[in-house]
Design a protein around this ligand. Structure first.
Ligand code: ATP
Length: 251
C-alpha cells in the first residue's frame, strides 16, 4: 500500500452543539481520485475547508506526505502543493483568460506582484498558462476577457487557475454544480484526463461524475464516515443506500 499523499486523521469540527465533522479519517493516495459524497449538510464542505486550511479542526490532524500541516493556513498549504478549485474570487474580470492563468502561475512561483514583469510578455509564464488552459479545455478562449466567459467556461477557468499551481493534490468542491447537461460529461472527461497526474479529492452530488471518476468513495452522513471503499462496494452498501444513494442512484 503506497503512503498516503494527503491524510485526514480523526478530524472533528463543531459549530456550537452541532458536529459538522466527527472523527473523520480518510486518505488520498498519489494519483487517485477519492470522492466524498453524502446528503446535504453531511459535512463535506467542512471537511474540504479543513483540508485546504480554511478551517481549523477542533481536534484531529491533516498530514501532507507525512508532514503535519494542521496549523498551516491556505496559502502555505498551497505552496506545499494543495490546490483548491473552484474559487471564482481569484478572477480578474478585465484581464484575458490567459492573463488570469499567467497571474496564477506567477503567484504559485512565489513572485511578488509588485515586481512582476508585464504579464503579456513573459514566455515561460505563457507556456505554463497555456498548458493549464489545455488541461482545462479552454485553449480556444485564451484571448477572451474573463468577464465574457459563460458560467461553464468560468468553471473551466477556475480549474485552470488551480492547475496553474502545479498541485500534488487538487480539492474539487462540487465542480459540476450549475453546469448544464452537456457540460457535465465534458468536465468529467477533462478530470478523467488528469487522473494519475494529480491526486483529486472530489466532493460532488452528481453521481454519474462520481462513479465515472472515483477510485474510492467515502460517504459522510451527519458529520461521520458511514462507509468507505471502492465504487462497487459503496453501490452495494445497504447503509449508504438507505442514507443517501438509494435516493439518487438506481443501480
Ligand atoms: N460556519 C458555520 N456555522 C454554523 N454551522 C455551519 C457552518 N458551516 C457549516 N455548518 C453546518 O455544518 C453542517 C455541515 O455543513 P457542510 O456545509 O459541511 O455540509 P455539506 O455536506 O457540504 O452540505 P451540502 O451538500 O449542502 O453542501 C451543516 O449542518 C451546516 O449547517
Amino acid at each position: 500500500m503506497p503512503e498516503p499523499l494527503l491524510e485526514a486523521v480523526g478530524l472533528t469540527r463543531r459549530f456550537g452543539a452541532l458536529a459538522a465533522n466527527e472523527d473523520v479519517s480518510l486518505t488520498l493516495l498519489s494519483g487517485e481520485c477519492h470522492a466524498v459524497i453524502g446528503p446535504n449538510g453531511a459535512g463535506k464542505s467542512t471537511l474540504v475547508a479543513m483540508l485546504a486550511g480554511e478551517q481549523r479542526p477542533d481536534s484531529g490532524r491533516v498530514l501532507l506526505a507525512g508532514e503535519d500541516v494542521t496549523v498551516l493556513g491556505p496559502a502555505r498549504r498551497a505552496r506545499r502543493g494543495i490546490a483548491r478549485s473552484f474559487q471564482i474570487t481569484q478572477l480578474c474580470r478585465g484581464l484575458t483568460v490567459r492573463e488570469n492563468v499567467m497571474l496564477a502561475v506567477q503567484a504559485a512561483e512565489g513572485r511578488s506582484f509588485r515586481f512582476f514583469r508585464p504579464v503579456r510578455s513573459d514566455a515561460s509564464l505563457t507556456a505554463a498558462a497555456d498548458s493549464a488552459l489545455a488541461d482545462a479545455g479552454l485553449s480556444s478562449r485564451a484571448e477572451t476577457p474573463a468577464a465574457r466567459l459563460s458560467h461553464g467556461e468560468q468553471r473551466q477557468l477556475e480549474l485552470a487557475l488551480a492547475l496553474a499551481q502545479r498541485p500534488r493534490v487538487l480539492l474539487l468542491d462540487e465542480p459540476a454544480a450549475g453546469l448544464g447537461a452537456a457540460e457535465t460529461p465534458a468536465l468529467t472527461r477533462r478530470l478523467a484526463s488528469l487522473k494519475g497526474r494529480v491526486a483529486m479529492l472530489l466532493v460532488e452530488h452528481d453521481m454519474d461524475t462520481v462513479f465515472a471518476l472515483a477510485d474510492r468513495i467515502t460517504v459522510l452522513a451527519g458529520g461521520r464516515v458511514i462507509a468507505s471503499g471502492t465504487p462497487q462496494a459503496i453501490r452495494a452498501d445497504r447503509a449508504v443506500r438507505e442514507a443517501y444513494l438509494g435516493e439518487v442512484v438506481d443501480a
